[in-house]
Design a binder for this molecule. Structure first.
Ligand code: C5P
Length: 313
């Protein structure tokens, strides 16, 4: 039975790292991580439309009402959604092409794994259009070759990540957590931030990273204050060195009543934990009033991983 579609749309979430422990640089240039990934309600959508001439193309637009710098998203073969489509096509031996359209709501180069979300959504949408028969585990293996955060973008929820971030294990975290994204102007390059961390640590012996058990307990019992107290990111000193103005943003969030705040992943987005949904809305308004960020986005988690929204035959 041919269940392939003419077009399909998939959505994939932004991520933050509630905890990001970074080990020493490995011989392959990556770093071993001990992290707690957390998927947010902010998500990108990717539509794949069949192209029977075998072409692969991409266009990008900003989601309605969102200030995303879509001009800085590459439209060539370096675009992660395009790379995902190529990888799946090669793997599944498909000849047909696709036209990809990305609707971006996740800030670009913001430390929120927006590119990985686009790759994850592209894998699902292309899979539906080409009817490759690949299972989610196969897509995750393919995704891990595209970027360390792609398996998590497919998985979603709140999970422990290890290896370079591609090895995932479940975490019990039944409560909804409310966050505010403090979006900064411009992006930061992930490899640059890791390199800055290596240079900051050049004279030290770096122990293997480990997620504190007390954080896992706090997540399990839904103790928001304790989660806030354990927010931690080993990349933060490097991101702050590259973008010193983020010190002020972090301090402002604390003064305005955030339960905790950290730089998200490699930055420059700063993420604040709020006591509840109302507190998140109030904090986001206050951050904008104080002109602390380009945009302050209240959101919550944990969101589900990438999923198919629609297909047209
Ligand atoms: O895997 P991904 O392509 O997203 O990684 C981008 C860059 O971030 C890598 O080339 C590497 O410099 C750095 N990185 C790292 N250790 C990780 C993940 C990423 O050093 N665990």
């Amino acid at each position: 039975m041919d269940v392939s579609a003419q077009a399909a749309t998939a959505r994939a979430p932004a991520k933050i790292n509630i905890y990001l422990g970074v080990g020493p640089r490995r011989r392959d240039g990556y770093h071993d991580l001990a992290t707690v990934f957390h998927a947010l309600d902010v998500a990108d959508e990717v539509t794949a439309e069949r192209d029977d001439k075998g072409q692969l193309s991409v266009e990008v637009e900003a989601g309605a009402g969102v200030a995303v710098d879509v001009e800085s998203v590459p439209l060539d073969e370096s675009n992660l959604a395009v790379r995902a489509a190529h990888a799946l096509r090669r793997y599944a031996g498909v000849e047909c092409g696709v036209r990809l359209r990305i609707v971006k709501r996740i800030p670009v180069a913001g430390g929120l794994a927006g590119g990985s979300a686009d790759a994850a959504a592209a894998l699902l949408a292309c899979d539906a259009v080409w009817d490759t028969g690949c299972g989610r585990a196969e897509l995750a293996t393919l995704g891990a070759r595209l970027g360390s955060d792609v398996p998590f973008a497919l998985h979603g929820g709140t999970v422990l990540g290890s290896g370079r971030g591609e090895r995932l294990a479940p975490v019990m975290s039944p409560s909804r957590l409310h966050w505010v994204l403090g979006v900064a102007a411009g992006g930061l390059s992930t490899p640059t931030v890791y390199a800055e961390l290596d240079s900051l640590r050049a004279a030290s012996v770096v122990p293997p990273p480990r997620v504190p058990p007390a954080l896992l307990t706090a997540l399990r019992v839904g103790d928001v204050d304790a989660v806030g107290a354990h927010l931690s990111n080993d990349l933060q000193p490097a991101a702050l060195r590259l973008r010193p103005e983020l010190h002020e943003v972090l301090a402002a969030g604390q003064d305005l009543g955030a339960v905790g705040g950290i730089v998200s992943g490699s930055g420059p987005t700063v993420v604040f934990l709020a006591a509840d949904e109302r507190a998140a809305r109030n904090l986001s308004r206050a951050l904008v009033d104080e002109q602390m960020c380009v945009e302050a986005v209240p959101t919550s988690g944990a969101a589900t991983g990438a999923r198919l929204l629609a297909r047209a035959r």
